[in-house]
Ligand binder design. Structure first.
Ligand SMILES: *Cc1c(COP(=O)(O)O)cnc(C)c1O
Length: 429
């Protein structure tokens, strides 16, 4: 594994894979569903989790594992698992410790897809969510917990509202109730924020965004800090703290400890049963993105700040939120958790509301209209008519998405070119 003392830039390049003498310099793409053994006895040990090794790619694949190990190193965690999408990562991160009859406290300003997953699909599975405004009072946060609460969930920087979560405050509340804090760190990336340093226990990513960074592959990742003491709250987490009959009576928290129990269970049980692995080829592409992540993120932030400053003073702009602007209500939180920059995404409204927003967007030449965000290419989206279409007006407000909100994802092109494009499109209104 990687040298823990390396700076994050070095980890982006070197962590997760160390070739031995004569082995490939680059992480090899092991495009194989299965692995060969000399005897059934040897393979049996793998099935019993008595020996570690590969037998079937639905559970584990070496290419995927190298890339997961790199992301674990970047976040400062002890173990990680890749998933086929960010949605799968969100689902598994909760389902690994919750079942029917359980309850989760979640920030209300989360990605629209995550909100649907929690509020509609997981509700059908019998898991209830209480959504709280991330700016709520301590009393309101406290009141959201129930005896059957098993986790707290939030996003470092919410997509698309760009609300910055007070991670430390939410971690304290979660820990006071003996449950872990799960943070979606997609927008900040570990380059700008490492939630484990502020008390988070589990981090998830949609790697589809900055980590991949080039519109190549949909993917996700779950990372464990290895700090949450499941056994100290054994009554709440029977899946980790009592024998798994579907896995030869293994008790994950006993056998794999704090550092390994959560990800081992997610692999051995959820991946085995639900199977949401990325193709090894996609993991290879994700690794290419990770290698340049520390070079790209500062440029995204620099360009976004330039565009945000231009929009802030513009007569056709009704409002703007970019956590890197002093005028943002989240500036102080952003300075605390992300002193080197937040992300490349800006939320703003143009005067004239929805219709003016559409005119503006259709006149952009460099920025493309795309259901995407957080990658090298500048792109733009109107969430209320796309990603957040399923939400009622009330839910939109709770998610921090006003009907006129335009989400501009600033890429790593020349910053002046992006400003010029935005400027000419604003003139068209
Ligand atoms: C896109 C996104 C997701 C969902 O990820 P997919 O890879 O699209 O499944 C989850 N959380 C955040 C913050 C996102 O931006």
């Amino acid at each position: 594994m990687s040298n823990q003392n390396w700076n994050i830039e070095t980890k982006c390049i070197q962590a997760g894979y160390t070739p031995k003498n004569g082995e490939p310099r680059m992480i090899p793409i092991i495009q194989s569903t299965t692995f060969k053994y000399d005897s059934s006895a040897e393979m049996g040990k793998l099935f019993d989790l008595e020996a570690s090794g590969y037998f079937y790619t639905r559970l584990q694949n070496p290419t995927n594992d190298h890339v997961a190990a790199k992301i674990a190193a970047l976040e400062g965690g002890t173990a990680a698992m890749l998933t086929s999408s960010g949605q799968a990562a969100s689902f598994f991160s909760i389902f690994n410790i919750c079942s029917a009859g359980d309850h989760v406290v979640s920030s209300s300003t989360i990605y629209g897809g995550t909100f649907n997953l929690f509020h509609v699909t997981m509700k059908k599975m019998g898991i209830d969510f209480t959504f709280v405004d991330p700016g709520c009072s301590d009393e309101e946060l406290e009141a959201a917990f129930r005896p059957n609460t098993k986790a707290v969930f939030g996003e470092t920087i919410a997509n698309p509202a760009l609300v910055v979560l007070d991670i430390e405050r939410f971690a304290k509340a979660a820990h006071a109730h003996g449950v872990p804090l799960i943070i979606d760190n997609t927008f900040a990336t570990p380059i700008n924020c490492r939630p484990f340093e502020w008390g988070a226990d589990i981090v998830i990513h949609s790697t589809t965004k900055y980590m991949d960074g080039h519109d190549c592959g949909v993917g996700g990742c779950i990372v464990d800090s290895g700090k949450f003491d499941w056994m100290a709250h054994a009554d709440k987490f029977p899946g980790l703290c009592t024998p798994d009959e579907s896995y030869h009576g293994i008790t994950y928290a006993e056998r794999f400890g704090k550092e390994g129990a959560y990800i081992t269970k997610a692999t051995a049980q959820l991946m085995r049963d639900l199977g949401s692995i990325p193709a090894p080829m996609n993991a290879f592409l994700l690794n290419l993105g990770l290698e340049s992540l520390h070079v790209r993120m500062p440029r995204h932030c620099e360009n976004a700040l330039k565009v945000a400053r231009f929009l802030e003073g513009h007569e056709k702009v009704a409002w703007i939120n970019y956590p890197g602007l002093e005028s943002s209500p989240y500036y102080d939180l952003a300075q605390k958790y992300m002193p080197n920059g937040t992300c490349g995404v800006i939320a703003f409204g143009v005067k004239g509301g929805r219709a003016a927003a559409e005119t503006f967007m259709s006149h952009l030449k460099l920025a493309m209209i795309a259901t995407h965000v957080a990658d090298a290419h500048t792109c733009v989206l109107h969430p209320a008519s796309s990603t957040h279409r399923q939400l009622t007006d009330e839910e939109l407000v709770a998610a921090g998405v006003s009907p006129d909100l335009v989400r501009l994802s600033v890429g790593i092109e020349n910053g002046d070119d992006i400003v010029a494009d935005v400027a000419q499109a604003l003139e068209s209104i």
